[in-house]
Design a protein around this ligand. Structure first.
Ligand SMILES: [Zn+2]
Length: 155
């Protein structure tokens, strides 16, 4: 890593600490030539393989953007979106794979989104699973109802 001030490639680590719950390490470095300090962040990358075969870095922000669209007009705040994206990232990291197909990111979104808002879930699922008819919605709603029934203890 070159010094951003003088481009010298030699630097010394003066401090390093874990950030983002241990998912990244931030290092404070001191340039051996000009003595100025700068910070580097090191994190294990999570790559998403798109259908076209192109890989890109997993981005929580992108998850938030996709879900936010489905949540338009729904009582879902920014905080809830961030939490959902965090859950999605954790479930993806838990698979132990460094590269995951993009459709699995979609899958990882469905569960937490269903817990968050059922209407947003239906919108997201309709795009993600490319619903083509009213019957597709009916089937999904029937599934939602059966999940809800299973989760609600009978009196
Ligand atoms: Zn320097």
């Amino acid at each position: 890593m070159r010094c951003p001030f003088c481009r010298n490639s030699d630097s010394r680590v003066v401090d390093s600490r874990e950030v983002d719950e241990g998912q990244a390490i931030r290092r404070r470095r001191s340039c051996a030539q000009c003595g100025r300090r700068f910070t580097t962040v090191e994190e294990a990358v999570l790559a998403v393989v798109k259908r076209s075969g192109v890989t890109e870095l997993f981005s929580r922000e992108k998850v938030v953007r996709g879900v936010r669209r489905a949540c338009q007009g729904r009582p879902v705040d920014e905080d809830a979106l961030q939490q959902l994206a965090h859950r999605v990232e954790e479930s993806i990291r838990a698979t132990g794979c460094a590269e995951i197909p993009s459709h699995e990111v979609g899958l990882a979104i469905l569960g937490p989104l269903r817990d968050l808002d059922e209407v947003a879930y239906l919108r997201f699922a309709s795009v993600y699973r490319s619903f083509s008819s009213v019957e597709d919605f009916e089937k999904e709603i029937a599934d939602l109802r059966s999940v809800r029934t299973a989760e609600t203890p009978t009196a």
